[in-house]
Design a protein around this ligand. Structure first.
Ligand code: NAI
Length: 347
């Protein structure tokens, strides 16, 4: 595995993500595609003294095709981020120029992801595809449906990047334990999906236990902080976008895990939003466990040379966590269906 491609590489996530990938010694070639600014970003990164050769492409002259040719792994942060008012109860007038509402954001990002997926299906159908563009619960099914239409869908190679939820959960637990130096070694499985109540942190399975006197209401508060952590950033940025730097870190972390597993490193396990057909036995067991026949779910995935090697079930849950999983299912199902039908009946 040598060539990585970032689609949406000039954006708030794309640029720091490209920087982190450029610093990854496992990557020998890094192609950056966006509708703006990639030549500049590529020129800038190309001066960094690491092995990866960097090139930037724009849409003219078959830029997407050139960027994707020979791709081993494609990361997609292209799209429009949410703004204050997009996710909340009220809509603020000062956000009007970009995105009016949740549905507008869906349509814009769905169209962008569909078109980029078409490019991947045509030029690099064997590449591992990591989808960051929101809403991940819908954009991953969109990529899958496009690949199916082109007869190249391999569920083992498609991932929704939910790593930011995992990164946040680890950080917040470290904060509660009063020692941020623990954060890199804390692992908390986060399952379900990648928006609001579909994000289910399994804090009872944290590698580092919460304090013995941690109350139920504190657990509820911590769970909500993981589920709606993105809102903290959107609010603090006050109109200037959503999480970009932490997302770039999370995206690079997950990409590195996939690359290492594909290169033969054993024992790599990470949560990701995947098509449950990627491992039929594991997927069926998971569906039975959650009591719902969903095609996609985020869960711990064992990674291997072909991508998804094994889908893990959720394991022992507390009754609080069982409630969270059940609460996630209706929204998850709606979002998945919305993605699938966007391709079946393109708008
Ligand atoms: P941004 O607006 O800063 O960057 C998006 C980039 O995509 C821009 O450079 C834009 O030119 C580019 N773009 C637009 N249409 C394109 C096309 N057809 N082909 C190639 N590039 C195209 O947005 P930001 O903050 O980087 O967010 C990007 C996406 O990531 C959004 O959908 C956002 O909601 C999502 N996101 C996902 C997270 C996750 O945990 N999975 C966390 C945070 C954001």
């Amino acid at each position: 595995m040598t060539k990585a491609v970032v689609l949406g590489a000039a954006g708030g996530i794309g640029q720091p993500l490209a920087l982190l990938l450029k610093c990854n010694p496992l990557i020998k070639e890094l192609s950056l595609f966006d509708i703006v600014n990639t030549p500049g970003v590529a020129a800038d990164l190309s001066h960094i003294s690491t092995p990866a050769k960097v090139e930037g492409f724009l849409p003219p002259d078959d830029g997407l095709k050139k960027a994707l040719t020979g791709a081993d792994i494609v990361v997609i942060p292209a799209g429009v981020p949410r703004k204050p008012g997009w996710c909340g109860v009220r809509w603020h007038i000062d956000c009007l120029p970009i995105v009016k509402c949740r549905d507008d954001l869906f349509k814009i990002n769905a169209g962008i992801v569909r078109d980029l997926a078409t490019g991947i299906a045509t030029v690099a159908p064997k590449a591992f595809v990591l989808v960051i563009s929101n809403p991940v619960n819908s954009t991953v099914p969109i990529v899958a449906e496009v690949f199916k239409k082109h007869g190249v869908f391999d569920p083992k190679r498609l991932f929704g990047v939910t790593t930011l939820d995992v990164v946040r959960a680890s950080t917040f637990v470290a904060e509660i334990l009063g020692d941020l130096s623990l954060a890199p070694s804390i692992s908390v499985p986060v399952v379900g999906g990648h928006s609001g109540v579909t994000i289910v942190p399994l804090l009872s399975q944290s590698s580092h236990s919460l304090p013995k006197d941690f109350s139920e209401s504190s657990l509820d508060t911590l769970t909500k902080r993981v589920q709606f952590g993105g809102d903290e950033v959107v609010k603090a940025k006050d109109g200037a976008g959503s999480a970009t730097l932490s997302m770039a870190y999370a995206g690079a972390e997950f990409a590195t895990k996939v690359i290492k597993a594909v290169n033969g490193e054993a024992g790599i396990v990470a949560p990701s939003f995947v098509n449950l057909a990627a491992d039929k036995d594991g997927g069926d067991a998971l569906k039975k466990e959650i009591g719902k026949n969903l095609d996609y779910f985020s869960t711990l995935v064992e990674l291997g040379p072909e991508g998804v090697a094994k889908i893990r079930t959720l394991g022992k849950l507390t009754s609080f966590e069982e409630g969270l999983v059940q609460a996630a299912l209706p929204e998850l199902e709606t979002s998945i269906n919305k993605g699938v039908s966007f391709i079946e009946t393109p708008k």
